[in-house]
Design a protein around this ligand. Sequence first.
Ligand SMILES: [Cu+2]
Length: 332
Amino acid sequence: MKTADTLAAILGLVSSASAHYTFDKLLINDQQVGGDSTYIRKHTNGYMPIKFKNAPDGSITPLDADFSCNKGATGAPQVITVKAGDKIGLRQAFGANGIQHPGPSQVYISPVTNAKTDSGSDWYKIHQSLVCREGSAESFKTNAWCSWDENNVWGVIPATIPNGQYLLRGEHIGLHGAHDGQAEFYTSCAQIEVTGNSAASIPGESVKFPGAYQVADAAVNFSVWGRSTSYPVAPGPDVIPGGTIRGSASGAGGDKLQTVPGGASSGSGNNGGGSNNNSPAPSVTAPSATASATPQPTPSNEPGNGNGKGCGRSFPRRAAVALAAKIDAEAA
Ligand SMILES: [Cu+2]
């Protein structure tokens, strides 16, 4: 690779990594409800990412007990009432400048007795966001991902879960450093109460946080810096029946939302989209996130992760130029 190309890649990495984020505002059907941290639990990790390796000073790893709702999370004052088909989003704090890290988003729920005080135990994935724009290896580093530049992580309340209180955990994983074991995890928990459903139990597989993600998982060691145009893996468990998958592994089919078949539906008798005009129209097509899996090509030239602490610290262009030259010298 020419130094200029390597430099472009590094600067792309740095700029795409310059804004860390966290989530503190709740959106219901794209409208904010409450203020900062009214329904979303405050934590003490600021906008710093959670990482397996080289976690920023003061942050945690995905193996830490606090990985469920982020470091030091404490109960929020209110619980929001929602129903099947509601689109629920966790919006960025600090100006909501958009997610500019390539990678998937997940939404999990854990049933609790008291959403203001309980910490959750069994977590079910109700939404998975993948790739929405089929394209090049270049766009796979940026806006091929559904969540690119969006200011919130969102999912849809399934019709297949019982009424009651839950913690709802939104998460985005930045993969720009994942080739070096430095995937970045951003997560916060909202407090919800589901009403109007008739399901007696939650379908599908549950996981624990910590525990759902391990350091060697393919989904969090995936390189976006090679020739890959597909993400044939997803972090954690399958989305439960009645949950939703946005996009696909390769982006083929575009930005579409698919409802995972199965599960007992609620009294309203559909897949969760019927009760709200604003909710995306679900389809009954089976998800294809893993169906089109292809082996990941071995990257020929991967830039390092800058300063070794991941992104978000100052990384002057001069240093990028020096690093680009060094990478090319080593590759030559
Ligand atoms: Cu970052």
